[in-house]
Write a protein that binds this ligand. Structure first.
Ligand SMILES: Nc1ncnc2c1ncn2[C@@H]1O[C@H](COP(=O)(O)OP(=O)(O)OP(=O)(O)O)[C@@H](O)[C@H]1O
Ligand SMILES: [Mg+2]
Length: 279
């Protein structure tokens, strides 16, 4: 059996609020993510998604329970850099993640810090830019790029570290629809190449493209399953204040009106096909 990419056992995280009171941001979470999975984490504002993601590359450590990455406990300081090399994070704001004045230098930053020899760095940077479809921008200034292009440069920086897992915390929240599609296409492609991808998103149309959806509410794990098993529970998601993909919602409403559609529709294509078959 392979070692899980991420494994949480009864993990909780407590913050202190402004009055100094301890508040559970995550409560008793146990879950396992295998190498090669493509996972979406969804939940309303303040539900604990970012707090959860920050445990995956040791920006936070558990208050209770354990978090292991590639079998390494995150609360053991000896593991810190090995874990950070395995798991890269991409954040919401594309402008906060750029450190160099030229795209290829930005992508080289991680491996340079790891002490990788210059020839090997050159090779890794060119490979990483190719995989995110940004080769022609190698010599450009990052500030001239679109938001979607900047996010892809950030992803290339992680690839250049040869990380096995990419965690993206609302990477498309500040992008236009084209940028969103570019980023989603890129991470889908990388996942197909074997990279473990974990994406936090408020866009259900993005979550539907993954292989597994985890729902967090008030710091607790509420659902964990395929997009189909999660997004067909329209009532349960709505009662938590969450959206569902437009196709799930429309199919749900039509079924309520007595139109005999199957109960497992989650994409526009499936809805279109099912409507055509009504004749
Ligand atoms: N550094 C902190 N100190 C104290 N409380 C915090 C801190 N960071 C987050 N919290 C609180 O912990 C809870 C979970 O926050 P978190 O940022 O993980 O939620 P989220 O699901 O990512 O929300 P959003 O969708 O708005 O990004 C919230 O109640 C938040 O106010
Ligand atoms: Mg967040």
């Amino acid at each position: 059996m392979s070692i899980p990419m991420i494994r949480l056992d009864h993990m909780s995280h407590i913050y202190e609020d402004a009055e100094g009171q301890e508040v559970y941001a995550l409560k008793d979470i146990s879950l396992q993510i295998e190498p090669g999975e493509f996972v979406a984490i969804i939940g309303t504002n303040g539900s604990g998604k970012s707090t959860l993601a920050k445990h995956f590359n040791v920006l936070l450590t558990p208050t209770e329970g354990t978090c292991k990455v590639c079998g390494m406990r995150t609360d053991d300081l000896d593991n810190l850099w090995k874990i950070r090399q395995q798991v890269g994070m991409v954040f919401q704001n594309p402008d906060n993640q750029i450190v160099a004045a030229i795209v290829e230098e930005d992508v080289a930053f991680g491996p340079e810090n790891l002490g990788v020899p210059p020839d090997e760095i050159k090779h890794r940077v060119s490979d990483a830019l190719k995989r995110v479809n940004m080769t022609i921008y190698a010599k450009h200034g990052p500030h001239l790029l679109s938001g979607g292009q900047k996010q892809r440069v950030a992803i290339a920086g992680i690839l250049a570290m040869q990380s096995q897992c990419i965690v993206l915390d609302e990477p498309t929240a500040m992008l236009d629809p084209i940028g969103r599609r570019e980023v989603m296409d890129t991470i889908r492609q990388l996942n197909a190449e074997g990279i473990t991808v974990i994406i936090i998103t408020h866009f259900m149309e993005e979550a539907v493209q993954t292989g597994r959806v985890i729902v967090i509410q008030n710091g607790e794990l509420k659902m964990d399953g395929t997009p189909r098993s999660v997004f067909t529970k329209v009532d349960a998601l709505k009662s938590m204040g969450l959206d569902v993909p437009a196709a799930s919602e429309l199919a749900f409403k039509l079924r309520e009106k007595g139109i005999p559609l199957p109960g497992n529709i989650i994409t526009k294509e499936e809805l279109g096909d099912a409507l055509c078959q009504l004749g």
